[in-house]
Design a protein around this ligand. Structure first.
Ligand SMILES: [Zn+2]
Length: 309
């Protein structure tokens, strides 16, 4: 039989598509993600089917294909038709390799263009879980380890599969890894040591700073400060603080956003900031209190308290 229809070849194709899918998810390009994720599932499903019996990848309701893959009828290469994603999954459910999974069905529908999702939709964003758990079930059946398939994505995928963890935490963990890989890939064709050189220069140029960003509707400024090292690339990050309470003497601020201009990693809002603190130690500054007193020196030294909890 054609070498491209071997379990080994399907496995390699699935791995390549799955890695592309995770990269797309990080950019974020959710249409591309659905395309590559669906392709990864389809190819790995075929690897499992063909490993059991070559006839199992024959196109449904096609007698010639059944006989061809059974090894008793020769068909021209360009006339060979194999099972599609939906039917391959149905066959694997029939023999107990995969379970019913409406999220996986939706992912395949998105990939086939049968369903459409708006860009940035939370629906597609969450599709990393059905992709990861389906791949894991198929790998288990093939007797292959997760890291043989996922390589440098293994930890991120393992976290995504852990349904017990809270969704925001898993999302932030995944984005840290995605930004790190995108950053590393920028140095792929540059001389060795380039990445370290850029990071060292950034660290040398960085110094503790603080400035107000903009007034909110009540005329209270937001503050931006130098943050700690970026969890994705190690570059210097920026923290932005939003006001939470104004008293007669001072204004209280809470960290609202962490951003890295080097690798573009960013978290916004209290939930994501909490998830970042959980994922990243040591903790960054979490709150500030700024005095209103006119007798105090400028704001840079008027910060009364900066807390990390
Ligand atoms: Zn970074």
């Amino acid at each position: 039989m054609d070498d491209s229809l071997s379990a080994k070849s399907f496995f390699k194709g699935a791995r390549k598509a799955a890695h592309k899918a995770l990269h797309d998810h990080g950019r974020p390009e959710y249409d591309e993600f659905a395309l590559h994720a669906g392709l990864a599932v389809e190819k790995l499903a075929k690897a499992v089917l063909v490993s059991k019996n070559p006839a199992y990848i024959a196109e449904p309701r096609n007698e010639d294909m059944l006989l061809h893959f059974g090894g008793h009828l020769s068909v021209d290469e360009d006339k060979v038709r194999t099972v599609g994603a939906k039917d391959a999954i149905a066959r694997l459910r029939r023999i107990g390799v995969l379970r019913a999974d409406s999220q996986l069905d939706l992912l395949i529908a998105l990939r086939n263009g049968a369903a459409h999702a708006a860009p940035n939709s939370t629906l597609v964003k969450g599709m990393i879980s059905p992709l990861a758990r389906t791949i894991e079930a198929l790998l288990n059946d093939l007797g292959k380890a997760l890291d043989e398939f996922w390589g440098r994505w293994t930890k991120a995928v393992r976290d995504a599969v852990n349904e017990q963890e809270d969704q925001v935490f898993r999302d932030v963990q995944l984005r840290i890894t995605q930004a790190r890989h995108a950053f590393e890939d920028r140095f792929k064709y540059l001389p060795p040591g380039s990445k370290e050189l850029v990071l060292t220069e950034q660290q040398l140029l960085s110094y503790p700073w603080m400035s107000f960003v903009e007034n909110d509707a009540d005329g209270i400024p937001f503050y931006s400060t130098s943050g700690d090292d970026c969890p994705s690339c190690g570059g210097p990050g920026t923290l932005t603080f939003a006001p939470t309470e104004v008293t007669a003497t001072d204004t209280h601020y809470r960290a609202h956003c962490f951003a890295c201009s080097l690798c573009s990693f960013e978290v916004v809002g209290p939930d994501e900031m909490a998830a970042l603190r959980k994922a990243n130690t040591p903790p960054t500054i979490n709150s500030l209190v700024v005095s209103h007193s006119q007798t105090l020196p400028p704001v840079e030294v008027a910060v009364l308290k900066a807390k990390t909890v």
